[in-house]
Write a protein that binds this ligand. Structure first.
Ligand code: NPG
Length: 375
């Protein structure tokens, strides 16, 4: 990554929007019917940049949630950003490190500064991060649904051209839905499951039964702090074990790699504090020979564009949870929402910054609050 000239951060807007999902999304951690999203807009030197905070509306999935992220950004993060006189996205994490945790709120601020800084320099995010391609293979995540509806939904997504499907599982809802999918739709498609930490080592029989179904991987079988249990599971079953929620920063990633607690790693920039940290962790996994894929948190077009840029790095060899906008939204808030190509890929936006433009008319129509903070 080359150095950028930087920008004078004059104003930061914190904006909340409420966007209804096309269909409710049910996981073992909760059900979402709409996204209450915090957006960060940085203005300075005649340009603006946008960042999206991925924190969900309630704290059932992660300790961070939208209203909490909003409060910490307003009361603790922005005052530190202004006091430090930050001009570069690369300096945001350091300026905010006096606040513990709150990776998702910090990541959104960094993303907005990075977008603005890149736009000021006329440079694209994908190229800046070291992207190796201009399209990325993508998958789709399907929430828990009644069996017939699950099979029909997965069949529809395969017809649409998605490169793989991920289904949510939890105790009592695991082997049967996967067997049914294989029985009705065959074993010619990539299928992976996501447990969102709902199991324990006592559930080995369930994982052994899943071993027969040719899954690409099982994501986050145990709670996030159970690294040793994941290492034990990884040696006990054939299905690759993937860690997602556990991978919160570089130190934990190092421990995971040393312990052999994951065969595959999922990166979500929001969870690890930003796309710049995500890029460093990508490099670390590549050096360790561990494959990656890019997670998703039901992002709007703003967050999705930035995710596509990171997912274009060479270590992201498995399809990511970065589906087309119409999988989530009736109307996205960017002028050119992500579309699925016939070959199961999505084009990485080119152009300065994230490469997408916010549709201000749509944005206004879904905005629930706006605050301006000046240096
Ligand atoms: O396509 O963006 C997507 C959704 C992928 O399943 C997905 N995300 O547990 O990883 C997850 C889950 C999630 C969504 C988590 C929203 C938190 C919020």
């Amino acid at each position: 990554m080359t150095e950028l000239p930087g920008i004078d951060v004059e104003t930061v807007e914190l904006r909340r929007i409420e966007l209804p999902l096309v269909t409710p999304f049910r996981t073992s951690a909760g059900t979402w019917s709409e996204r209450d999203v915090l957006l960060v807009r940085v203005l300075g030197d005649g340009v603006e940049g946008w960042g999206e905070c991925v924190a969900p509306g309630d704290p059932s999935y992660s300790p961070e949630y939208t209203a909490g992220a909003h409060a910490v950004a307003r009361d603790h993060l922005l005052p530190r950003l202004f006091a430090a006189g930050v001009r570069h996205a690369a300096d945001v994490a350091g300026a905010l490190e006096g606040v513990r945790g709150h990776a998702m709120a910090k990541a959104a601020i960094e993303a907005a500064v990075l977008d603005a800084e890149l736009r000021a320099a006329g440079r694209g995010l994908a190229e800046h991060l070291g992207a190796a391609r201009d399209r990325v293979p993508v998958g789709v995540a399907v929430g828990m649904l009644p069996l017939d509806e699950l099979v029909a939904t997965v069949a529809r997504h395969l017809d649409e051209g998605y490169a793989r499907v991920k289904v949510k599982v939890g105790p009592g809802w695991d082997v049967e839905p996967c067997r049914r999918l294989r029985a009705e739709l065959g074993d010619g498609f990539g299928l992976q499951v996501d447990a969102n930490g709902a199991y324990g080592l006592g559930d080995l029989d369930t994982f052994r039964a899943l071993d027969d179904l040719g899954l690409l991987l099982i994501e986050q079988p145990f709670p996030e702090h159970r690294l040793l249990d994941h290492a034990e599971l990884a040696t006990a079953i054939d299905t690759p074990v993937c860690l997602d929620e556990s991978i919160v920063d570089q130190d934990v990633l190092d421990d995971v790699l040393r312990l052999g607690a994951a065969d595959v790693v999922a990166i979500k920039p929001g969870r690890v504090g930003g796309h710049l940290a995500g890029r460093r962790m990508h490099d670390r996994c590549v050096a360790a020979g561990v494959p990656l894929w890019h997670g998703g948190m039901l992002e709007t077009g703003i967050g999705r564009a930035a995710n596509l840029a990171l997912a274009a790095l060479p270590g992201f060899t498995l399809p990511g949870d970065i589906s087309a906008a119409d999988r989530y939204w009736r109307q996205d808030i960017v002028t050119e929402p992500a579309v699925l190509e016939a070959d199961g890929t999505i084009r990485v936006p080119s152009g300065p910054g994230t490469g997408v433009e916010v549709d201000l008319a749509v944005l206004e129509s879904v905005t629930t609050s706006v605050e301006l903070h000046r240096r």
